[in-house]
Design a protein around this ligand. Structure first.
Ligand code: NAD
Length: 492
């Protein structure tokens, strides 16, 4: 169902800005089809966008919560009205199944609503009266925020930043990923149209734009979601001007299946399969390595394969029967395949899972059949690195101590999950180093926008979602009115 390619433009100071160069975005399921074009903005255009955000800041920060919330709620309604066409565009440029694209928009809206409902309460002045004096803890806007988002969940990982930032009185320049730039730009335009010029700006491009966004002295905070290696460049670029930062980075999330997990619980088994292969495994918080207690390992593998073969149907994102769409880009397939090949060559068993719905399409597009890797070494790259694609290693462990050690020996610590009897699972969960640990579920199935989300170790700094995801866009400002200014230890 190819349609005319759409053309996206940057938004600077409330106006569409025509760039000299544009980059095509193909449909990963049908790579011959160009879905649209996004601009390749320059350093100068990025500076213009930052200047516009900087100029808009002074007036915007003095607006009331009511004004900001009303504008955001109007934008939410516009996104709701246009969800069917935005979801189709997202599925076509990204490769994810249509139901998955709709789910991403639904989660984005949920968060935007939460931010509207809670902003005034979370950021209101706190008044403390003490010993005859008074202290106000105010939550000021920070300034110009540079938001940089990745390709895997472009809409939710952009709105997760836009909503609290603007509601808290900041202004923003957003740069989405060139690998899924179109649908998120449509959403950004709908939001930007409801706000004064310069409050929300949009630029596109590669590292040149990213470097300006992360080093320009007028930028007060960077809100970044993406890879850990990119984050290291960003921290260096931002060092000269000491910027605030929220970094949501890669993960290598462990799923621990305890000896008291019921292998005959088909629903739980399906949840585990989904948490390995939803969005073809291209989610930061997907369960990327599974450790199973050795006493149930053989039966577990048998039941897991049954559940996986039943749920996984790889094919066209628009086919209603399909559960796993295309991989977003060829480079990602090559990387995941290299990890599988490495383990296979060392003696691991490689098992293909599920059904391919249309063999011809599968050969033409960027498709990859979900793959199980058994018998890999605990230190193999497929176990230690973030594969970010449809392949998962399953390995046995001896006892809880061993499982906890395996989960924690990673440089990452985003999410994790423990599967088994609740009390036992919680005991194990408490000892895992991660921002979130889910019990008997994992990945987006256990996500709740009301609670903070983020990583420990090299999976990131700071939190998004929940009240902490709002406070991340405010500067704490203490206004002190002590009863007496005379301190007893200062001589007359
Ligand atoms: P990436 O780091 O390659 O790119 C992310 C963004 O950074 C893109 O917009 C890119 O153009 C931009 N960028 C690249 N170089 C830059 C530079 N030098 N300065 C500034 N910006 C620059 O990541 P990706 O491949 O788009 O996304 C996949 C990664 O993101 C995975 O590691 C995944 O785990 C991670 N991720 C994390 C979360 C989370 O919440 N923790 C969520 C989704 C994805």
């Amino acid at each position: 169902m190819a349609t005319e390619p759409i053309v996206i433009e940057a938004i600077i100071n409330g106006e569409k800005h025509k760039a000299e160069k544009q980059a095509p975005r193909e449909n990963p399921a049908h790579p011959d089809e160009i879905v649209g074009y996004a601009p390749l903005n320059t350093k100068e255009e990025t500076i213009q966008a930052i200047d516009a955000a900087d100029q808009a800041f002074t007036e915007w920060r003095d607006t009331s919560f009511d004004d900001r919330i009303n504008r955001m709620r109007r934008a939410i309604q516009k996104i709701k009205d246009k969800t069917p066409e935005i979801a189709e565009l997202l599925a076509r440029e990204h490769g994810k199944a249509l139901y998955d694209a709709k789910g991403e928009i639904a989660v984005s809206l949920m968060w935007m609503e939460f931010a509207c409902d809670n902003i005034a309460e979370v950021l209101k002045d706190e008044l403390h009266e003490h010993d005859g004096g008074k202290t106000i803890i105010a939550r000021d806007a920070i300034g110009v925020i540079s938001a940089i988002s990745p390709w895997n969940y472009p809409i939710s990982l952009s709105t997760i930043k836009i909503a609290p930032a603007l509601l808290a009185g900041n202004t923003m320049v957003l740069k989405p990923s060139p690998l899924a730039p179109l649908a998120v730009s449509k959403v950004t335009e709908l939001i930007a149209n409801e706000f004064p010029p310069g409050v929300l700006n949009l630029v596109h491009g590669e590292a040149e734009v990213g470097v300006e966004l992360t080093s320009n002295p007028k930028v007060a905070k960077i809100a970044f979601t993406g890879g850990t290696e990119t984050a290291k460049h960003i921290m260096k670029a931002a060092a000269d001007t000491i910027k605030h930062m929220t970094l949501e980075l890669g993960g290598n999330d462990a799923a621990i299946v305890l000896d008291d997990f019921d292998v005959n619980d088909e629903k739980a088994m399906r949840r585990l399969v989904v948490s390995n292969f939803l969005t073809a495994g291209q989610i930061c918080m997907i369960a990327k390595r599974v450790y199973v207690h050795e006493s149930i390992y053989d039966t577990f593998i048998e039941k897991y394969r049954e559940a996986a073969d039943k749920w996984i149907r790889v094919g066209d994102p628009f086919d209603k029967n399909v559960t796993v769409g295309a991989v977003n880009n060829k480079k990602q397939i090559e990387f995941v395949q290299s990890l599988i090949d490495d383990s296979k060559q060392k003696g691991a068993e490689v098992i293909k899972l599920g059904k391919i719905v249309d063999e011809n399409l599968f050969k033409q597009g960027y498709f990859m059949q979900p793959t199980l890797v058994l018998g890999a070494d605990y230190d193999d790259p497929i176990v230690e690195q973030e594969q970010f694609g449809p392949a998962v290693p399953i390995l046995p462990f001896k006892d809880d101590e061993h499982a906890i050690h395996l989960a924690n020996k990673s440089i990452f610590g985003l999410t994790s999950s423990v599967w088994g009897k609740q009390e036992h699972a919680v005991k194990v969960a408490k000892r895992i180093q991660a921002g979130t640990t889910m019990i008997n579920t994992a990945a987006v199935q256990g996500l709740d926008v009301r609670f903070p989300f983020g990583g420990v170790k090299q999976s990131g700094i700071g939190r998004e979602y929940g009240k902490e995801g709002i406070l991340a866009y405010a500067e704490t400002h203490v206004i002190n009115m002590p009863k007496t200014l005379d301190l007893p230890y200062i001589p007359e």
